[in-house]
Design a protein around this ligand. Structure first.
Ligand code: NAD
Ligand code: DAU
Length: 356
């Protein structure tokens, strides 16, 4: 009998990378709990869906009866909690779902996990790993790094909802002794990334001859990590992370948004040159800045490197090339995931700006 892990949000961008990693490179049985919002796509799991160690439960994390049933039926050794509303721009135009899923949903999972954990005879293995973000720390100036010691200072509805969920997770540890670990990671990129986030949006728009929208001047800085490196970090945090601790994850790959977009254009110019030989960079368009746009994120991952031996395998130059190639080879996936719901959201919220 293999051990069972619950993964919430396993049909999303990072969750699907975690599920693929667990099925392909471990012995765990994986129960993927996902509501399948616009961001969840079972097509991202085609390579593992026939494994006898993989099962899918289409369930909302706010649904207490079903989450209790899943804990009881599968008797997991842990839960990796990734399900969330994850897009900052959506949180600005409609914060309600972020409060519901990210805060109330996490509360519900914590309560169900606590109930399940309390009746376990062998409590030694169980862990609740909560996947959070560097955005809870706020915005940096030109220098310095976030670390486990950085005070929380969330500034968008998304990051405030994630910070709230982190606080609940810590409270369940201190008050109820629920064994938790928190990870706070930087911006991820890679295959199966929904094309509303900067990197996949730019690749997709470039190929469709559409504008490449850069908020403000394009000088905001993000610290990019290839998604499979994050997935391995999450699994390490479950297997070796110290209970009650948090681990910051990042690969020291800071780029301005303009640098990211120009790099994508250069790779596309090389791999899929336009017939008229003009550069994709001519499609760059500066648009109105995001409200409350955090200036810079950058992470110091020293703790997870020293304590858990985590090291990223990809740097930005190799990872972004792999990613662009993946999108060129997987246009069908892109066409399928850009659903009617996504197109109508873009129309409602970005009229006059061509984002999709
Ligand atoms: P995503 O938006 O691609 O996927 C989220 C998944 O959660 C989807 O499959 C969706 O269907 C599911 N989901 C949403 N609401 C749900 C609900 N109520 N019940 C069950 N399932 C639900 O997100 P992502 O980019 O893969 O991020 C995953 C997690 O990692 C999130 O918690 C996010 O805050 C965190 N994170 C993301 C990044 C990043 O760069 N994308 C970086 C650090 C941390
Ligand atoms: O830092 C981790 C976070 O990274 C995660 O917690 C979030 O879930 C994830 O969505 C991501 O948040 P960002 O807001 O940093 O990612 P996004 O891809 O939306 O934007 C990256 C940068 O690019 C940001 O500075 C805004 C800018 N941008 C974004 C879009 C969509 C543009 O200039 N143009 C765009 O069209």
């Amino acid at each position: 009998m293999t051990k069972t892990l619950l993964v919430t949000g396993g049909a999303g961008f990072i969750g699907s990378a975690v599920v693929r990693e667990l099925i392909q490179n471990s012995d765990y049985t994986v129960i993927n709990i996902d509501k399948l919002t616009y961001a969840g796509n079972l097509e991202s799991l085609k390579s593992v869906e026939n494994s006898s160690r993989y099962k899918f439960e289409q369930v909302d994390i706010c649904d207490k009866a079903n989450i209790q049933r899943i804990f009881n039926d599968y008797q997991p050794v842990g839960i990796l909690h990734l399900a969330a509303e994850s897009h900052v721009d959506r949180s600005i135009v409609g914060p309600g779902e972020f409060i519901e899923t990210n805060i109330v949903g996490t509360y519900n999972l914590l309560e169900c996990a606590r109930e399940y954990y309390n009746q376990l005879t062998d409590k030694s293995q169980f862990k609740f790993v909560h996947i959070s973000t560097d955005e809870v720390f706020g915005s940096l100036g030109d220098t310095g790094y976030f670390s486990e010691q950085t005070p929380y200072d969330p500034r968008s509805p998304y990051s405030a909802s994630k910070a709230s969920s982190d606080m609940l997770v810590r409270a369940w540890y201190h008050t109820y002794n629920l064994p938790i670990v928190i990870t706070n990671c930087t911006n991820n990129y890679g295959p199966y990334h929904f094309p509303e986030k900067l990197i996949p949006l730019v690749i997709n728009n470039a190929l469709q001859g559409k504008p490449l929208p850069i908020y403000g001047k394009g000088d905001n800085v993000r610290d990019w990590l290839y998604v499979d490196d994050h997935a391995r970090g999450i699994i390490l945090a479950f297997e070796k992370g110290r209970v009650g601790e948090s681990y910051c994850i990042g690969g020291h790959n800071e780029r301005t948004n303009l640098q990211v977009v120009e790099t994508i254009c250069r790779i596309l110019d090389e791999l899929q040159a336009k017939v008229d030989k003009t550069s994709y960079s001519e499609q760059i368009t500066y648009v109105t800045d995001r409200a409350g746009h955090d200036y810079r994120y950058a992470m110091d991952p020293a703790k997870i490197q020293a304590e858990l031996g985590w090291q990223p395998q990809e740097d930005f130059d190799s990872g972004i090339r792999k990613t662009v190639k993946w999108y060129l080879d997987n246009q069908e996936w892109v066409a399928h995931v850009i659903s009617g719901e996504y197109q109508s959201w873009i129309k409602q919220n970005y009229s006059g700006r061509d984002n999709g």
